[in-house]
Every structure is written in structure tokens, then in C-alpha cells.
Design a protein around this ligand. Structure first.
Ligand code: GMT
Length: 373
């Protein structure tokens, strides 16, 4: 199949899922054309069956706001026509689904029929999408998509709850791509960041309010009083400044390492003992799954799709949003030498439910069913 993949090229989960999906489809022999405004962070180098079409964003002085959606739709028309694509797959409803609707209507007027699949990732529904300034467009575009997928049962339910949706939503969870561990490198990095006997707590996010990164520090402060440990924070975003300040207030600067944005988070996760995800809401929690995949158990909030991923008492623990006391208590218990090895094994086992080879055929089926019709 020839697939057009439209996504945000940034560090966000939807971009990661779209990019890894495209790479996996290309490795299976499908031709994948990425369409977005800059090179997706996880796309990497020269690979078979992968093509990247950049949407140029114009800076005409008349525009106070650049018309990205219009330029994206035009690029989609062009790529579908000249690369003879079979299907378009757009990740994140805003503005990708509306651009896809526009592009497919233009193509239809030229005698070309191409279906489009919309994948809902979370904040396009649970946060931004509910804003009345987006809602009518989102509802319309979801209903006009030829197929709709959501990354968890929880996201599917909240989409039906908050929008007037008339079509079926298929749940296709996030997945993990196996990575090769370099044990020597991991050992070296672990020794660099933690002394003998210290535990490593890790958090990866875009430091947006919804991630509650300040809770990460509050939990860590409590754990650190009981267990010698270090906290590694990966990512960057609007709340980083507050977190750096809180870190100073809590007198934790020598225990907390802010690494900033990283393309390959697996290498950091491999040196961690526990992952902390206290989000306000999370449609799936790809960051937690990526930690579990390398044998790192998860202390998380019990919200959105997270309980579909992290199993309480097995791969980690779940607490109510904001209950830093309970999260710290759970982490202290999980980090005990007689508990941690079992949780590590369980985390890896749980992550296998989301192996790429189980999830990829679900997307392929959606595409081939649409193309057949
Ligand atoms: O988590 C983010 O802020 C990024 C966001 C995105 O849309 O790129 O991630 C969302 O999509 C991921 C991939 O499907 C999910 O694993 C994340 O849970 C989801 N984030 C939220 O719901 C907050």
C-alpha cells in the first residue's frame, strides 16, 4: 500500500506513534510518505520506502497567522496525486483531520477518491478539542473520516461523551518498538548519575501543565528522605522553569538532573529503577509504556487510559491525581530490594501486550478494508 502519514513532527506522543508506525509499515514493504512542516524527530536517516514531503509555511506580511491548514491540504493534494497514494492517515484531529477533509474533497472534484483515517491521541479530544472554538470542526471531521481510531478505550469513551459522533471508533493502542540495549553504555551512564546503592527515578514529558511535573518533584522529595536516590527528568516545556525553582526550594538540586529534550529516551529509561507519571489526564501514556518495555515499573496517576497500560500491584501502582503522599508511599514500597526485581519483570511482561507485531496488523487491516471498498 502507499500511505500518506500526516503528523506533528515534534516530541509529542502522537508524532512519535505516527513516525514509528510509518517506519514499521515501510519495513514491511509499504511505501510511506510523511507530510508535515519539519523532519519528524524519530524519523532518522535514509531508509527503504520512506519519503518526506515538507509543508512550506509562508510568511506573507498580510497574514497575522500563517494558514498552515491550507498549505497542508494543498501539499496533501499534491502528494496523493503525484505519488498515487492509496490512503491518508492523519494523527491528531486538529488541524490534520480538517486539512484531510479539505484535501479529499479537492481530489474528489478532480476524479480521485482516497479515504482518510483519523487517529485521536488525547489532548485533541480531552483538552483542546473540547474548547467551543474547535468543537464543531472536530465533530464534523471525525464524522467525515473514513475510519477513526483512538489510542485507548478511555479516549474512545470520552470522544463519544463529549462530541456528537455518528461513526464507529476503533481502539488501537500505542505500541512499543523493540530497542537494542547497550549494556556497557547503560552501566557507564548509571555509574555517572547514581552512586552505589542509589535508586534512579525517571520522568519523561513535554513539561506541560497536564503532566503535573511539580508532583514528580514532591513525590521524589518524600522518597529521597527514605531511600538514597536521584531523579532524572527528560524533556522541556512551559513548566520547566517552575520545576527548577521548586527544586531549589526543596533543596534537591544535587539530586535532580534536568537532561532536556532527547530523541532516544530508551537509553535513559534503561538506567532507571522506576518511572513516575502523575499526569492530570493521559489518554494512554506512551512514556510509561516505553519505560515498562525496558523493565522499568511505573508509579502513575489513575486517570484516562493509564489503567489500561499500568496494572496496579503488578507493573507498578496507581494513585489518585495529585495524591503525592500515596505515590511516594507506593514508590518506597516498590523500591525495596525484595519487591523491585519482581516489578521489573512484570513491567516488561505487561509491555509485551503492546508489541508492535500485535498492533501493526490492526492499522493495516483498517487501511486495506478502506482501499477494498
Ligand atoms: O502527552 C502529550 O502531551 C503529547 C500528546 C500528543 O498528542 O502528542 O500525547 C498524547 O498522545 C500519546 C500517543 O497516542 C498518548 O500516549 C498520550 O497519553 C497523549 N497525551 C495525553 O493524553 C496528555
Amino acid at each position: 500500500m502507499k500511505i500518506g502519514m500526516v503528523l506533528y513532527p515534534t516530541f509529542g506522543g502522537s508524532g512519535v506513534v505516527g513516525t514509528e508506525l510509518g517506519k514499521a509499515l515501510a519495513a514491511k514493504g509499504h511505501e510511506v510518505h510523511f507530510i508535515t512542516y519539519s523532519q519528524p524527530v524519530r524519523l532518522g536517516s535514509f531508509r527503504e520506502n520512506i519519503f518526506y514531503h515538507e509543508v512550506a509555511v509562508s510568511d506573507y506580511p498580510l497574514f497575522d497567522f500563517q494558514p498552515y491548514e491550507t498549505e497542508l491540504a494543498s501539499k496533501m493534494v499534491d502528494v496523493v496525486k503525484y505519488e498515487k497514494l492509496d490512503v491518508l492517515h492523519v494523527h491528531y484531529a486538529i488541524p490534520h483531520a480538517s486539512a484531510a477533509f479539505m484535501a479529499t474533497q479537492i481530489l474528489k472534484s478532480q476524479g480521485i477518491n482516497i479515504p482518510f483515517v483519523t487517529t485521536l491521541h488525547g489532548t485533541d479530544i480531552t483538552l483542546v478539542g473540547r474548547d467551543p472554538s474547535f468543537e464543531p470542526v472536530i465533530t464534523f471531521c471525525i464524522n467525515q473520516s473514513d475510519a477513526v481510531t483512538a489510542v485507548s478505550e478511555s479516549l474512545k469513551a470520552s470522544t463519544y461523551e463529549h462530541f456528537q459522533i455518528t461513526r464507529e471508533i476503533h481502539v488501537i493502542p500505542n505500541f512499543i518498538v523493540p530497542s537494542e540495549e547497550n549494556e556497557d553504555f547503560s552501566k557507564h551512564m548509571r555509574n555517572k548519575y547514581a552512586c552505589e546503592g542509589e535508586r534512579i527515578v525517571c520522568h519523561v514529558s513535554n513539561f506541560r501543565k497536564v503532566k503535573r511535573v511539580e508532583d514528580v518533584l514532591l513525590v521524589f522529595a518524600k522518597v529521597n528522605k527514605e531511600i538514597p536516590s536521584k531523579l532524572i527528568l527528560v524533556g522541556d516545556g512551559p513548566d520547566r522553569y517552575h520545576c527548577e525553582r521548586l527544586c531549589r526550594e526543596l533543596d534537591l538540586c544535587d539530586k535532580v538532573i534536568f537532561l532536556g529534550k532527547l530523541r532516544n529516551t530508551a537509553q535513559v529509561l534503561e538506567i532507571a529503577d522506576v518511572f513516575l507519571l502523575p499526569s492530570e489526564t493521559e489518554s494512554f501514556g506512551l512514556a510509561a509504556l516505553e519505560a515498562m518495555a525496558v523493565g522499568v515499573p511505573v508509579i502513575s496517576s489513575n486517570t484516562g487510559g493509564i489503567p489500561e497500560v499500568n496494572i496496579h500491584g503488578f507493573s507498578g501502582y496507581l494513585s489518585n491525581v495529585g495524591d503525592v503522599e500515596n505515590m511516594a508511599k507506593n514508590m518506597i514500597s516498590l523500591l525495596q530490594p525484595d519487591q523491585l526485581p519482581t516489578f521489573k519483570v512484570n513491567a516488561k511482561e505487561r509491555a509485551r501486550v503492546f508489541d508492535l507485531e500485535k498492533i501493526l496488523p490492526m492499522y493495516e487491516k483498517i487501511y486495506s478494508d478502506l482501499i477494498k471498498n
